[in-house]
Design a protein around this ligand. Structure first.
Ligand SMILES: [Zn+2]
Length: 317
């Protein structure tokens, strides 16, 4: 490339806003959950300029023939950081990726994985793939760029390749390990899969299960989410990896289930007394006092009461 062409290409990149933002600078450890499963627990806040959009729990699983990544994060930068963490543990290639649902903070890191390992197959629920291809992917790139003031710049949506989870009880055998897929048609979203690595006793909850942190529930259905958590608790898994927050045992699933149950019961009680969602807000928040220290509680609870209220209203018809 001549110097003139190079300058022109650079100007074009700048004009398109495609200049790549810097790498992730925080020092995030890959926690060893079992012999073959590692989780990088991300920051608990919403994606921001400060956390460079990194706000989920990317994970990786070591099979006998390569690495399987779960949810490589919100950006090309997070995906590259995940690849660095994998390289510190094994020289094996990434052979597959699972995306738990459509929310961009979980899967836009696909780009980095595909760039480094073009043969890696990315799996997700067919509805997630459909939505990602229909424009949700590009939409999430813009949302994260705005939320982080450009810290995810350079990220391009790379939708998954193959659908999984449409059939009940489906399990993929990837070399020596089985990945059992759980799907509830409406849970945290209508695109969620939970993934159980059977031999390791580890279950990835996606955003169906969180640990001492809250996220918006606008795209979900609370009853379906409870059913998903019941399915998780009925599994033989001993280790549970939430979409956000620290991994743990059954207690973290039970804890989040208790929160959702208490939220639903409180909203239903005041709904049945004839109160509108705005009128009940203060009382519901008081009844959920046990959860007020959970991260993002104050930011999302008001809106969430409104969401649950609408679901209870629609059940009445
Ligand atoms: Zn989500």
């Amino acid at each position: 490339m001549s110097k003139k062409t190079a300058v022109a290409a650079l100007l074009l990149l700048v004009a398109c806003g495609e200049t790549k933002a810097p790498p992730i600078h925080g020092d995030y450890a890959a926690a060893k959950i079992t012999d073959r499963v590692y989780v990088i627990h991300g920051p608990l806040g919403m994606p921001s300029q400060e956390n460079q959009g990194f706000a989920n729990n990317p994970a990786f699983v070591l099979t006998s023939a390569g690495v399987v990544v779960i949810d490589p994060g919100s950006s090309v930068q997070v995906g590259e950081m995940v690849l660095d963490k994998i390289a510190a543990v094994t020289g094996a290639p990434v052979i597959a990726v699972f995306n738990t649902h459509i929310h961009g903070d979980h899967w836009l890191g696909n780009q980095a994985i595909k760039h480094a390992f073009p043969k890696a197959v990315i799996y997700a629920h067919p509805k997630m793939i459909e939505q990602a291809r229909a424009g949700a992917g590009a939409g999430w790139v813009n949302i994260l760029d705005t939320m982080t003031a450009g810290a995810t710049r350079g990220t391009v949506a790379r939708p998954p390749d193959l659908g999984v989870g449409a059939g009940a009880g489906e399990a993929l055998k990837l070399h020596n390990l089985r990945f059992r897929i759980y799907h509830n048609d409406r849970a945290h979203t209508d695109t969620d899969i939970m993934i159980e690595v059977v031999e390791e006793g580890v279950l990835f909850l996606g955003d169906n299960g969180l640990n001492r942190v809250l996220r918006r529930m606008d795209d979900g259905n609370l009853k379906g989410q409870l059913a998903a958590l019941d399915a998780a608790l009925a599994s033989k898994a001993r280790h549970f990896v939430p979409g956000h927050g620290q991994s743990g045992g059954r207690a973290i699933v039970v804890g989040y289930r208790n929160f959702l149950t208490a939220l639903r019961a409180a909203v239903k009680k005041y709904h049945d007394r004839g109160l509108g969602d705005y009128e009940m807000k203060d009382q519901v928040i008081r009844e959920l006092a046990a959860y007020k220290d959970w991260k993002n509680f104050n930011d999302v609870i008001g809106r969430t009461i409104g969401v649950v209220y609408l679901q209870i209203e629609s059940e009445a018809f």
